[in-house]
Design a protein around this ligand. Structure first.
Ligand code: MG
Ligand code: ZN
Length: 420
């Protein structure tokens, strides 16, 4: 008889007990109750053997072994989240702009297979309000995620008193960790900008581009090339990045590939002059950018860790347009990127993946006569709303993200877990 416990790479637990063809395998917490029933049934069977006074030390050993397995099951089932024991080394924060619960529900009901975010074991809710408004915009929402402070709508990396606030990327760069941003809008747009810039108003795109050049960020993928190269001040910020040792490529150099970035220490790829096209019109770089970006940043950072912020920027634009088809295509595109992030995290074992939204857009609902794959959507506004948004987490530290909290607490939790 042998009993072995193996801690698998994917952080699930597997035990096996072998005796006379008896084999039990525990994969994941979902099965733990079922396994307990099997264990208890087998224990009872062997107790019967004792009652009949068949003293059988061999069976007694199996009984003890199953008792140990049963206790392990109980401990695993009573653990609030799971088998991750350490703090994360890396964080991948994925923001679906305007991605509320109705948008996610419609996406889940619109296709046969489960979406990647459905497999993430920890779920919470975020209160999204800004300092000066119950209904936030993306600038204040992303500043809350980046800096951990409530601020006024339109603020990019500034607190409610108009002072530049220190963001997670600056704290990470100070200690030699690596940082990256991927977006499906211009990199100067509010959500990516809040992680890279400090400007009093979100529309100061040329000033934001200059801040991005000075941010020290190691990996950039998104649109907005014109704000770097077609400037009133005559500066070519693409050249400024190159002088800093950043390998800068654009959509004219071809698609994203490892070959393009393999020899670079820092890397930027501009997907468009301004905003990249919609997923519906063929934009398809997001998931590969996440795979390549995580690989690039892991090599860049080593055990100093990295943080990658990924934005599905255009879900919000579908919400403003009250266009469910637009929303669904953008969420499906973001979900492929979530799958890429989870695959990296599962193989790596030290990466926390967080998926959330800055706010809901459109006041969307799914009223009758909606059916699976036939959503009869309704919208109550073409603006943002104040409804809470969901947050999903996977990986070391994930259990910190359950519950209901302010958007600012997301930054506090990440900073705490990364030791910042
Ligand atoms: Mg945005
Ligand atoms: Zn919006």
């Amino acid at each position: 008889m042998s009993i072995s416990g193996t801690h698998l790479l994917d952080e699930r637990w597997q035990f096996s007990a072998e005796k006379k063809g008896l084999s039990i395998s525990l994969c994941g917490l979902k099965n733990s109750c079922q396994i307990q029933h099997v264990a208890i049934a087998t224990v009872l069977k062997h107790m019967k053997c004792f009652l009949k006074l068949h003293v059988c030390w061999n069976r007694f050993a199996v009984w003890c072994a199953l008792l140990i397995v049963g206790l392990s099951c109980y401990q695993a089932a009573s653990r609030p989240m799971g088998p991750w024991r350490d703090s994360p080394r890396n964080v991948i924060l994925i923001i679906g702009d305007g991605m509320g619960l109705a948008q996610l529900s419609a996406a889940a009901y619109s296709q046969k297979r489960s979406m990647h975010w459905e497999s993430m074991p920890v779920v919470g809710f975020i209160k999204t309000h800004a300092a000066d408004n119950l209904i936030t915009d993306s600038a204040a929402g992303a500043t809350a995620f980046a800096c951990g402070c409530k601020t006024y709508n339109n603020a990019i990396g500034m607190d409610s008193l108009g002072r530049a606030c220190t963001n997670l990327f600056e704290l990470l760069e100070q200690r030699g960790s690596c940082t990256g941003v991927i977006a499906t809008a211009a990199l100067t747009h509010a959500t990516p900008a809040a992680f890279l810039a400090h400007q009093p108003h979100r529309t100061r795109y040329y000033a934001i581009a200059k801040d991005i050049v000075h941010s020290g960020v190691d990996f950039l993928v998104g649109g907005g090339l014109q704000y770097f190269t077609e400037r009133e001040d005559g500066q070519n910020l693409k050249d400024s990045l190159r002088h800093q040792g950043v390998k800068v490529c654009t959509y004219e150099d071809g698609g994203l590939s490892w070959a393009l970035m393999r020899k670079a220490h820092r890397f930027a790829w501009f997907a468009a002059r301004n905003h990249p096209s919609a997923a519906e019109l063929g934009r398809s770089y997001l998931a590969s950018a996440v795979s390549l970006g995580a690989r690039f940043l892991a090599r860049c950072a080593g055990d100093r860790g990295f943080m990658l912020m990924v934005e599905g920027s255009q879900i919000d634009w579908g919400g403003h347009a009250n266009d469910l088809h637009f929303i669904l295509r953008e969420i499906q595109d973001l979900d492929r990127a979530i799958g890429a992030a989870l695959a990296f995290a599962q193989a790596d074992g030290h990466t926390l993946v967080i998926v959330t939204a800055d706010h809901e857009t459109g006041g969307m609902s799914i009223p009758p006569p909606s059916r699976k794959r036939r959503i009869a959507e309704a919208f109550s506004t073409n603006s943002h709303t104040a409804t809470m948004v969901p947050v999903f987490a996977y990986g070391p530290g994930a259990e910190q993200f359950g519950g209901i909290y302010d958007n600012t607490a997301l930054q506090h939790k990440i900073a705490h877990l990364l030791g910042l």
